[in-house]
Write a protein that binds this ligand. Structure first.
Ligand code: NAP
Ligand code: GDP
Length: 326
């Protein structure tokens, strides 16, 4: 049985990852923020999980947790995950999504040097490292040119993953395009839309206040992306992998699909309002990925398409409003 350490285990991806690895028989350890109230939900989902309190900003404690757990695999999922939030907190984003990654990779490398036991690491990188790249489908060769504070922090971490790979650590950097689920917070546009659409569907009135309706994103299903990370950790050779569906849809298309699912029909346009509050200083017009390498090296393909994702999320939010708990 292998031992795995997951940072960000209380987040959307961390929960799915912990479930998948515990089901596979791994001993799952999670790094959690001190006094994190989300731990109780995590324990309901994965009763066997062992948690270790540490803030990403506390470098000494991060190293201590890596040394205490001595993991066979380390998944770094923790950090600031929202582009919108990173505009408000650019320095914190650099510290938590950038510098802390160097600390964790160095701790894993030191552990490996000391014990002679390999530590396979996965860095949760992001399509935001590519910024507004002009080419159609982005892949591992696309130049790294971020255009927001989140992308810059993730780019630093992505490059550090490459540096430690060269140094002999097995580090896969999974360049994740947006991926969603009913566990996504409403600060992200998809869940904001599905939660709002569910309410509008039940009440028959209300509007979705959104920013850039024309932004096109490659939205996948979160458990699929977690599975890709597991495959990347287990492969003999570590590499960068774009994880994406290859299909882009606009925010407006997402809103239409959600409102239709909620029962609003052709009147859906009456329930969408553009609000400048949610428009960002810069925003890539389109982000769509080419996951050919993940397909050929990892045998990975997405299993849930755009319409299904929207429907699952709207149905979940409708059930929540009707009083059915997750
Ligand atoms: P998420 O739901 O926002 O989870 C982030 C996790 O980081 C949470 O467990 C959070 O703990 C933890 N965290 C935040 N600040 C921390 C700190 N100071 N110390 C310790 N832990 C801290 O993110 P996600 O959607 O699961 O994404 C997972 C990873 O993939 C992230 O690195 C994200 O940037 C990357 N990614 C995600 C997407 C996507 O579409 N979801 C796309 C590209 C890349 P709390 O519970 O205490 O908040
Ligand atoms: P992120 O950009 O990866 O953090 O994911 P989001 O879900 O926050 O944003 C995805 C896209 O939706 C971006 O292009 C946003 O500009 C766009 N968007 C449009 N309206 C909204 C909104 O009201 N909230 C958010 N969060 N994003 C919006």
């Amino acid at each position: 049985m292998g031992r795995v350490l997951i940072t960000g285990i209380t987040g959307q991806d961390g929960g799915y990852l912990a479930e998948q690895l515990a089901t596979a028989g791994m001993q799952v350890h999670g790094l959690v923020r001190p006094h994190d109230t989300a731990v109780s939900t995590l324990r309901e989902r994965v009763p066997s999980v062992v948690v270790h309190e540490a803030d990403l900003a506390d470098h000494a404690r991060l190293r201590q947790v890596v040394d205490d757990v001595e993991p066979d695999q380390l998944y770094n999922l923790a950090g600031i995950s929202s582009v919108a939030y990173s505009w408000e907190h650019p320095v914190l984003t650099a510290e938590l999504s950038g510098v802390a990654v160097a600390v964790l990779l160095d701790a894993a490398w030191q552990l490996q040097e000391r014990t002679g036991h390999p530590v396979a690491c996965v860095q949760a990188s992001s399509a935001e490292i590519f910024g507004s790249a002009a080419q159609g489908h982005l892949d591992e060769q696309t130049p790294v040119r971020p255009i927001n504070p989140y992308g810059v922090a993730k780019a630093y971490a992505h490059h550090m993953a490459g540096v430690y790979r060269t140094r002999g650590l097995h580090v896969a950097s999974c360049i994740l395009f947006n991926h969603e689920s009913p566990r996504r917070p409403t600060t992200f546009v998809t869940r904001k839309i599905t939660a709002g659409a569910a309410r509008i569907g039940l009440e028959g009135s209300g509007v979705l206040r959104l920013g850039n309706l024309d932004a096109r994103r490659d939205w996948g299903w979160a458990p699929d992306y977690v599975d890709a990370m597991v495959r990347a950790a287990s492969r003999d050779v570590a590499a960068d992998y774009v994880i994406a569906t290859g299909e882009a849809h606009s925010v407006a298309e997402f809103a239409e699909a959600a409102l239709r699912r909620a029962g609003v029909g052709d009147q859906w346009r009456d329930h969408v309002v553009t609000d400048p509050t949610f428009v960002r200083p810069t925003d890539a017009a389109v982000q769509v990925g080419d996951a050919s390498r993940a397909h050929s090296d990892l045998g990975w393909s997405p299993t849930v398409g755009f319409t299904d994702i929207v429907h699952r999320m709207v149905d979940h939010d409708t059930a929540l409003l009707q009083g059915d708990d997750d």
